[in-house]
Design a binder for this molecule. Structure first.
Ligand code: F0G
Length: 489
C-alpha cells in the first residue's frame, strides 16, 4: 500500500472540526501533576525561571520543541544499526545522502546543535568589529554568536510583523526595500552575509514566502552577498507555503523545501527541531564555502564525520530528514497550534495571529497590561501560568533580550509567553486543559504582578537567571486558585 504523505482535511458530521492525528501511540511516558502548593515552592526554588524547573514538577512541558518532538518507530529502529567509527562512519554517509536528497546540498558539515553552526559561521565570516548581518529577525543564540565576534545585526521585517493580531500570512518576510537601503548605506564589504530564518521563531513562529526569498536572492546577487538560511524550522515554513502561497497550492513538501534551500548559499539547522532528534549541520553546494568552514568543525565539534553527535542520533537525524517531506508528520503540530490559538482567542485571550508554528504565543503585553516592561510581563505570565496549571511555557520577551554594549536593559519588541507544541507529543484533551487553565488565568490576570532579577548572568541570561516576585502576588494567586478549584490539582 502506498503511504499517504499529504495532510488530510476531515469533515466531522457533528460538532466542531478538530485536528485528527494520523499516528498512534506505542510508547508512553507517565506524567505527574503535583499540587499547586508544590508548584509554588518549585517556582521559588527555580528563581521564577521556567528553565530552572525540573520535570518532576512539570505536568505538560511546553518549554520548547527542541529535542522533544516524538520520534517515529523508524527513527528508533535506525538508531539500532548505527555504525560506531571515529572517521568514515556509515551512519554519517546515510545522513549525507539524506541531506543531498532532501536539502539538495552537496557538502555537509555536522555540528552538535544549531548554535554550534552559528558559532562556526560567525567565527568564519565576521572579520572586523561592526560587520553587519541583515536578517529578518534574530534568534537569541544567533545574535549572541554574532555579537561575541564583534558583529552587529539589523532586523528588517515589515511593520505588519510587529502587529500581534494580524492576518498576514507571511509575517516573517524580509523587507527587501529596507535591505537594499541598508546594503547601500553600510557598504557590501561590511556585510558578510544576509541571514533568513525560516518560521521566524521570536515573532511567533511566522513564515516567509518563497516569493520574498526570491526577492532577497535577487538583491543578494545584485550586490554579491551570500544568503544564509537558518532551516531549523524549514519543514513548517514549507508546509505553510503549501497552505498559504497560491503558487504552491498543488506542490509537495519536497518541491518547496528544495526551492527554498536552492535560494541560499549556506543552509544551517538545528536537527533538534528540523528532524526531531539531536545534532545540527551546515550545508552548501559551493566547495569554496565548504573549505572556508571545514577546519572549524574538528576544532569546535569533532571529526568531520560525527561533529560531536552520537552515531545513533545521526541515524535518527537521517531518517527524520526524509520524514520532513511527509506533510502528515509536519502538519500535526501547526494544526494543534491553530486549534489552541483559535480557541484561546475565542475566550478573549490575546494571542499572536495568524497561528504560527512551534507553539502558541500569548501576548503578555496585553494579557498583563498592568505590568511595566521593566518588571517582565512575559516572565511573570510564564511563572503564573505554571503555578495555576503545571504547564511549563517559555518567556520570549525582555528577559530573553540581552543588555546593550553600555549594559543598559533593552526591551523586547514583543512580550510573549510561548507554549510549544512539539510534534505528536500531546493529546487534544491536554490541549483543552491548557485552554481551560489559561482562560481562568486571563479572568484573574489582575492578580499577577511583576518580577525582578536577583541573579543575572552576563550572556544568555534567560537560561539560568534568577528572579523574585515584586510582592506576594503568587500567594494571592494560589489562594484564588484554591477558592475556585477546591482540592483539584
Ligand atoms: N535557530 C532557530 C530558529 C532556533 O529556534 C534555534 C533553537 C536555534 C537556531 C539554535 O539551535 O538549540 O540546536 O542550538 N531554538 C530552541 C527553542 C532552543 O526553544 O526555540 P540549538
Amino acid at each position: 500500500m502506498k503511504e499517504n504523505n499529504k495532510s488530510v482535511k476531515i469533515k466531522f458530521f457533528k460538532g466542531e472540526n478538530i485536528p485528527l492525528e494520523l499516528h498512534k501511540t506505542r510508547v508512553v511516558q507517565k506524567l505527574n501533576l503535583v499540587p499547586v502548593e508544590r508548584r509554588l515552592q518549585a517556582l521559588y526554588e527555580g528563581g521564577f525561571n521556567t528553565f530552572r524547573l525540573t520535570t518532576n514538577d512539570v505536568f505538560l512541558d511546553m518549554l520548547t520543541d527542541s529535542g522533544t518532538n516524538a520520534m517515529s518507530d523508524r527513527q528508533v529502529a535506525a538508531m539500532m544499526y548505527a555504525d560506531d567509527a571515529y572517521a568514515g562512519s556509515q551512519s554519517f554517509a546515510r545522513l549525507h545522502t539524506a541531506v543531498r536528497d532532501v536539502l539538495k546540498k552537496e557538502y555537509l558539515l555536522p555540528v552538535h546543535q544549531g548554535r554550534a553552526a552559528e558559532n562556526i559561521l560567525a567565527n568564519a565570516y565576521i572579520k572586523k568589529k561592526g560587520d553587519l548581518i541583515p536578517m529578518n529577525y534574530h534568534f537569541t543564540t544567533a545574535l549572541a554568536h554574532i555579537t561575541q565576534y564583534g558583529g552587529r545585526i539589523v532586523e528588517l521585517l515589515y511593520d505588519e510583523a510587529y502587529n500581534i493580531s494580524s492576518s498576514h500570512p507571511f509575517k516573517g518576510n524580509m523587507n527587501t526595500e529596507k535591505l537594499e537601503r541598508v546594503i547601500c548605506e553600510t557598504g557590501v564589504e561590511n556585510i558578510p552575509f544576509i541571514r533568513l530564518e525560516a518560521s521566524t521563531n521570536l515573532i511567533g513562529g511566522q513564515p516567509f514566502s518563497v516569493q520574498n526569498m526570491r526577492e532577497v536572492r535577487r538583491i543578494a546577487d545584485k550586490y554579491g552577498i551570500r544568503v544564509v538560511l537558518d532551516a531549523s524550522l524549514l519543514g513548517e515554513n514549507a508546509y505553510l507555503v503549501l497552505k498559504r502561497e497560491p503558487e504552491f497550492a498543488g506542490s509537495s513538501m519536497g518541491e518547496v523545501i528544495s526551492i527554498m534551500t536552492g535560494l541560499a548559499d549556506i543552509v544551517y539547522f538545528s536537527a533538534r527541531k528540523l528532524s526531531s532528534s539531536r545534532g545540527g549541520g551546515i550545508c552548501t553546494n559551493k566547495l569554496e564555502i565548504y573549505r572556508e568552514l571545514e577546519a572549524l568543525v574538528p576544532l569546535f565539534e569533532g571529526f568531520l564525520t560525527y561533529g560531536g553527535i552520537s552515531v545513533r542520533e545521526i541515524e535518527a537525524m537521517a531518517v527524520g530528514m526524509y520524514e520532513t517531506l511527509d506533510e502528515t508528520m509536519i502538519c500535526q503540530s501547526p494544526q494543534f497550534i491553530a486549534y489552541l490559538v483559535n480557541s484561546l482567542a475565542n475566550e478573549g485571550v490575546p494571542m499572536v495571529t495568524p497561528p504560527g508554528v512551534l507553539g502558541a504565543h500569548v501576548d503578555a503585553m496585553r494579557f498583563c497590561s498592568h505590568i511595566p516592561q521593566s518588571q517582565y510581563p512575559a516572565g511573570s505570565l510564564a511563572a503564573a501560568f505554571f503555578l495555576v496549571s503545571g504547564v511549563r511555557g517559555m518567556e520570549r520577551g525582555s528577559i530573553s533580550n540581552q543588555r546593550d554594549e553600555e549594559g543598559n536593559e533593552t526591551f523586547a519588541d514583543m512580550e510573549l509567553l510561548r507554549l510549544a507544541v512539539p510534534r505528536r507529543v500531546f493529546t487534544l484533551s491536554q490541549i483543552k486543559y491548557v485552554i481551560d487553565r489559561l482562560s481562568w488565568l486571563y479572568e484573574n490576570r489582575q492578580l499577577i504582578s511583576g518580577l525582578r532579577f536577583v541573579y543575572e548572568p552576563p550572556v544568555l541570561r534567560f537560561f539560568m537567571g534568577g528572579l523574585e516576585p515584586v510582592s506576594d502576588w503568587p500567594q494571592k494567586l494560589m489562594k484564588k486558585f484554591r477558592e475556585d478549584f477546591g482540592d483539584s490539582l
